[in-house]
Design a binder for this molecule. Structure first.
Ligand code: CMP
Length: 225
């Protein structure tokens, strides 16, 4: 298991090496191929997961089959704890966007682990608070921002986690189809494509299959505001 990646996860943040080794020993590893589903919205669940390598999408579907993506998560990010702290079914479907490996921990082991370790519980609370803050931003953007603004913001967020800076800009290998990008910003594929084409024609970015090169982060940031 990749220690460096696990160490970035909120569950491990405050642990010394001995404690981290003990926690790692109670985790197991799972691997999915691109397109495989780990679990579905509505399932019952008894584990939380940390992405070790690869990317997943967290999605919800409407009754008429439309899809919305809540988040794209990558290495070091955790999910699957809501059904423990707010007992109920899984709140989203998790699908591998690339080949992905996860470390998993049973909810039971997590509860045992949290006992007497307030500093670990604080790390989890901090992650949940951060997620709520982000979810509030998403709701506000859906109300107050236009689609190009939301596209710019989504690309900058993906760049933060998956970007690699090179001479010609920030290369963001997001591995998403245009349909998935549209589901992430809550707009139609056509409108999102139009926004991307407009950014490209201004020289702010370059589109490549399943990736994008951000060439003018400053202007994109201003457009995202
Ligand atoms: P759970 O409901 O057990 O399974 C789906 C998981 O997706 C959920 O726990 C959270 O860990 C995660 N999740 C749900 N909503 C969001 C969100 N808005 N951003 C990031 N992760 C989320």
């Amino acid at each position: 298991m990749d220690n460096d990646v696990l160490r970035q996860a909120p569950l491990f943040g405050a642990l010394d090496d001995e404690a981290a080794t003990a926690l790692r020993a109670s985790m197991s590893e799972t691997r999915l191929r691109r397109g495989e589903v780990l679990f579905r919205e509505g399932d019952s669940g008894d584990k939380l997961y940390i992405v070790l390598d690869g990317k997943v999408k967290l999605g919800r579907s409407s009754v008429d089959g439309r899809e919305n993506l809540l988040a794209i998560l990558g290495p070091g990010q955790m999910f699957g704890e809501l059904s423990l702290f707010d007992p109920g079914p899984r709140s989203a479907t998790v699908t591998a966007v690339t080949e992905t490996t996860f470390a998993s921990l049973s909810h039971e082991d997590l509860l045992r682990w949290l006992e007497g370790r307030p500093v670990v519980a604080r790390g989890l609370l901090s992650q949940l608070a951060g997620r709520l803050r982000k979810a509030n931003d998403v709701v506000a953007d859906l109300v107050f921002s236009d689609v190009p603004g939301r596209v710019a913001k989504a690309l900058l967020d993906l760049a933060d986690r998956f970007g690699r800076t090179a001479d010609d800009g920030v290369h963001v290998h997001h591995d998403l189809t245009q349909e998935e990008l549209a589901q992430l910003v809550g707009a139609s594929r056509e409108t999102v494509n139009k926004a991307l084409a407009d950014f490209a024609s201004r020289g702010w970015l370059r589109l490549e299959p399943r990736s994008v090169v951000l060439m003018d982060v400053e202007r994109l940031s201003r457009r995202a505001r």
